[in-house]
Design a protein around this ligand. Structure first.
Ligand SMILES: *Cc1c(COP(=O)(O)O)cnc(C)c1O
Length: 445
């Protein structure tokens, strides 16, 4: 195993990692996985409490997803999607359209590419509609939409962004509705609506050169699982409609059941706009990735409205959407995604998770009452809290201490969170709660 760690240090450049720190804090070598567990070459087991960076839904080596991919391997592993098509991509597109209310699925390979696609499509829509000056973007303070150059332009995490500032396009950040920032005595809802007013003030002046507002619905993951009131989404839908700016909903982290509904935007209270006819909140673009394949294969999708699609439809090639990736609509990834949708349907996962989430919240009651814990929060299958007395290096120390307890976690700053696979049992959750408790009880962490 030491050999593998030496070789990874020499040959692999790990993501979001100061490689020098790998000397003191080597990566966990994983030989196999099973349900919610990761297993190292010596057979030690670690509970994957953060679903391998939020991608895993139904456990590692899930027999049903394995079977779907294996079956697809015997048919066609990949064919380019320009000039060809195949059943898995067609079926997946049809099913995502039924589930989201948006269609015309355009595929990429990861979350950041979905953000790029949505931004380009939005600006190109306005160009095709005779308003090329509408090409600016608005995002939330502390928002995260990926780290390629275009996506990083709408991301607002200083650690990821400031070094590359010179490469980025100027975008505007509006206040985050993060409920922790409410004034004393102010409800999370009142605070969220106050933040929406700030968006309106910006739109009132700048809508003419703004293409879209991009937002993580209900939870800003990379900001440290910042949660906010769903009324914000309804209000921004109304504002985007009024000011003719696209609403891009980035469901990359929270889609596929994480927040308790299949998609987070579904929790937005109905629109009050009488004239629109449609009452439910519907984005202009939805970005999906991460859980879409159950954490098996890289795949992302952007879905949009008939109106956006129609603006690209015509005789001129340059009026069409000019974007492609070699692995667009990869059949193996699409089959994994179809198997994931089958599991949601056949096992009534959303309803089952509702019960499970309540049990898990009860199991975490003692953790939530710990003296070092502030802002304990929960939504669907996400639990998070901030550690009040966290000293520099807290996240790394907590990570190592949790590993010693048989749990794989990576706090974000002073925020500890659990985002377990949906197959996690109450017993496994009790083990996780005990491990977190033990880490918090150690004043050296
Ligand atoms: C992870 C994430 C992305 C980027 O996805 P990658 O696959 O890592 O490029 C974009 N938006 C949100 C909300 C995310 O959590």
């Amino acid at each position: 195993m030491d050999d593998l760690l030496n070789r990874t240090r020499a040959a692999v450049w790990h993501p979001c990692t100061q490689m020098k720190q790998l000397e003191a804090s080597p990566p966990l070598a994983i030989a196999r996985g099973e349900g919610a567990w990761l297993v190292d070459p010596e057979g030690r087991r670690y509970l994957d409490a953060i679903s391998s960076w939020w991608v895993n839904l139904f456990g590692h080596c899930n027999p049903r997803i394995n079977a779907a991919i294996t079956d697809q391997l015997g048919r066609i592993e990949h064919v380019m999607l320009a000039g060809a098509t195949h059943a898995p991509v067609v079926e997946l597109s049809e099913r995502l359209a039924t589930l989201t209310g948006l269609g015309h699925a355009f595929y990429g390979s990861d979350g950041a590419s979905a953000t790029e696609i949505a931004l380009k499509m939005s600006a190109h829509y306005w160009r095709n509609s005779g308003q090329p000056e509408k090409n600016g973007f608005i995002s939330l303070k502390n928002g995260y939409h990926g780290e390629t150059v275009g996506a990083l332009s709408v991301t607002d995490i200083p650690l990821f962004k400031s070094t590359y500032a010179a490469l980025l396009r100027h975008t505007v950040q509006v206040p985050t509705p993060d409920a922790r920032l409410a004034e004393p005595g102010e409800s999370g809802e009142a605070y969220a609506l106050r933040c929406a007013d700030a968006l309106e003030a910006h739109l009132a002046e700048h809508a003419a050169d703004t293409a879209a507002f991009i937002v993580e619905p209900l939870v800003q993951g990379a900001a440290g699982m910042a949660m906010y009131h769903p009324a914000y989404l309804t209000r921004v839908r109304e504002l985007c409609t009024r000011y003719q700016v696209h609403l891009i909903v980035d469901e990359i982290a929270v889609g596929f059941g994480r927040t308790g509904t299949l998609f987070a935007f579904e929790q937005a209270p109905p629109l009050s706009l009488a004239e629109s006819g449609i009452k439910t909140v519907r984005p202009d673009f939805i970005c999906l990735s991460k859980g879409i394949t159950g954490g098996y294969l890289p795949l992302s999708a952007v879905l949009t409205t008939d109106d956006v699609y129609a603006a690209f439809y015509g005789d001129a090639t340059a009026r069409g959407f000019l974007h492609s990736h070699s692995y667009t609509g990869n059949p193996l990834a699409c089959r994994a995604a179809l198997a994931v949708l089958d599991i949601f349907e056949n096992d009534a996962v959303i309803a089952a998770n509702r019960v499970k989430a309540q049990d898990f919240t009860d199991i975490l009651a003692e953790v939530s009452a710990h003296t070092r814990v502030r802002h304990f929060r929960h939504l669907g299958m996400i639990w998070a809290f901030d550690v009040v007395d966290a000293k520099p290096g807290f996240a790394a120390r907590f990570h190592r201490a949790a590993l010693a307890q048989g749990v794989f976690m990576r706090p974000i700053g002073n925020t500890v969170y659990a985002m377990p696979p949906y197959v996690t049992s109450a017993d496994e959750m009790r083990g996780l709660a005990g491990a977190i408790q033990a880490c918090l009880d150690d004043p050296g962490i």
